[in-house]
Design a protein around this ligand. Structure first.
Ligand code: PLP
Length: 470
């Protein structure tokens, strides 16, 4: 018997046991459990700047910033050190009875960045909790001002607002909701999104008629204005592929909300903290919400944190010394998460990342638009560092089988093999989505575009040969 294994054998054994640990014990989100004897999965091991590496040493351009999260890039020791200092000083204390300095300082900083009178921050640990907290706060607010019937929310079809049962009721993706129906006794309803390319309301008109905003008014009237608490909208809708609003959309929505006394919640879990080149997406698009929900980019993912930024008007009835918002979470406003966010905002400010996004978004778009010469690309849309490339067969929408082959069988495998991690989505028309770290620039735009071009050229060849229908 040999006493020593070679370095290679040790590495293989480690990889094997790591693969087994993942396959046998880790439950991946939104994924099927692996079959008995499935090969070990690709495992991400480390990150630096715009790139991550797997345990086998393969390098990937992180074209989705993890999951629309890592604004400042991977491997920022400055943020890690700020977290370590905070953990050594006070690793945990709840923000229930007593504030602690990281939460107080961060709340002040976020309030100063937020527009208008959005001055108070209710922290959570993530986006779903932020959405659910905003809904509960709207409900609580209306009870206090004598309108307890106002409990319902309106959001857009296909929009993703989270997965906990309350947030899932706001989400407009039927496939995610169906297994868990009925949700909250029908207290939510959904209206048109701003998908100009395939808008059932006005795509045949020369310009958007804002009929999609009109649907919000119709929904308020149908539900009964006295029962509607809030409208939840993302500045740019993620699910379906970066649906940007037509000029005038949000002004119209604001007008409708004001007419019926309904609150406007800007769900900025993706669109805040530089994704659209401003601290908040509503600043970029020029509207004033009553609440903003945030998470993801606030810490660049160095720790979980989210929250709701609340206007003075919503906070006002809670200032009577008697009423409290009956809601709380053990880990919300975690000291280490707040320290991570503070250090992340320092990096973003010092390096001018918002301005960088504004300066470079045209070049990013320009690179992606070169893909429009491919017969499989039908539209490039988005804003800031948040883009979608929609695919079709020479302008004709793909059928179900082709769409499934393209997204699930081909691109979800080939793009990572080409060194690019990004989102491919077939929940609406098929799209590739890019939302890279805000530090990326021309070399990364070129690398992303080249990888996508290669994969789409191969996909087109295979589709033309009828592979999807076999
Ligand atoms: N809202 C929006 C707009 C999101 O994009 C997401 C997640 O992607 C959420 C809410 C839910 O956030 P989380 O996954 O942190 O719960």
């Amino acid at each position: 018997m040999r006493l020593f294994m070679t370095e290679m054998e040790v590495a293989l054994e480690d990889a094997g046991s790591l693969g087994r640990a993942a396959n046998d014990h880790l439950w991946l989100h939104f994924n099927k459990l692996p079959a008995e004897g499935a090969p070990p999965p690709r495992m991400i091991d480390r990150g630096e700047g715009c790139f991550v590496w797997d345990t086998e040493g393969n390098r990937y351009l992180d074209g989705l910033a993890g999951l629309f999260v890592v604004q400042a890039g991977h491997g920022r020791s400055e943020i890690a050190e700020a977290m370590a200092r905070q953990a050594a000083k006070l690793a945990y204390f709840p923000i229930w009875a007593y504030p602690h300095s990281p939460a107080a300082r961060l709340a002040e900083r976020i309030a100063n960045l937020a527009p208008g009178d959005l001055n108070r921050v209710f922290f959570t640990t993530g986006g779903s909790e932020a959405v659910e907290s905003a809904w509960k706060l709207a409900h609580n607010y209306f009870s206090l001002i004598g309108q307890p019937e106002r409990q319902k929310v309106i959001s857009r079809r296909m929009a993703y607002h989270g997965t906990t049962l309350g947030a899932l009721a706001v989400t407009g993706l039927e496939t995610l909701k169906k297994p868990f129906l009925p949700l909250l006794n029908g207290k939510s309803c959904h209206v048109a999104n701003t998908n100009r390319l395939h808008c059932p309301l006005c795509s045949s008109e020369p310009a958007c008629t804002l009929a999609c905003a009109g649907e919000i008014e119709q929904a308020i009237l149908e539900q009964g204005p006295e029962t509607v608490a809030a409208v939840f909208l993302e500045p740019v809708q993620n699910a379906g592929g970066c649906f940007t609003p037509a000029p005038g959309y949000f002004a119209r929505v604001r007008e409708i909300c004001d007419r019926y006394g309904v609150l406007l919640v800007s769900d900025e879990v993706i669109c805040a903290f530089g994704r659209l080149g401003e601290w908040f997406g509503c600043n970029r698009l020029g509207y004033r919400p009553d609440m903003i929900t945030f998470a993801k980019g606030v810490t660049s993912g160095y720790a979980p944190l989210g929250g709701v930024i609340v206007s003075d008007r919503i906070a006002e009835p809670f200032l009577d010394g008697k009423s409290s918002f009956i809601h709380g979470l053990t880990f919300a406003g975690h000291p280490v998460g707040c320290a991570a966010a503070f250090a992340n905002l320092d990096v973003m400010e010092r390096e001018g990342l918002n301005q960088r996004v504004l300066d470079l978004e045209g070049e990013f778009r320009g690179r992606l638009e070169t893909l429009l010469e491919l017969p499989i690309v039908t539209e490039v849309r988005g804003m800031g560092y948040f883009w979608a490339i929609e695919m079709a067969r020479q302008g004709e929408r793909f059928g179900v089988a082709e769409k499934e082959w393209l997204i699930r069988k081909f691109l979800s495998r080939r793009l990572p093999e080409s060194g690019l991690l990004c989102r491919v989505d077939d929940r609406g028309d098929p799209v590739i989505q890019l939302s890279p770290p805000l530090i990326c620039g021309r070399p990364e735009f070129d690398e992303m575009t080249a990888a996508i071009r290669r994969c789409l050229e191969e996909a087109w060849e295979e589709l033309s040969a009828g592979v999807a229908m076999r």
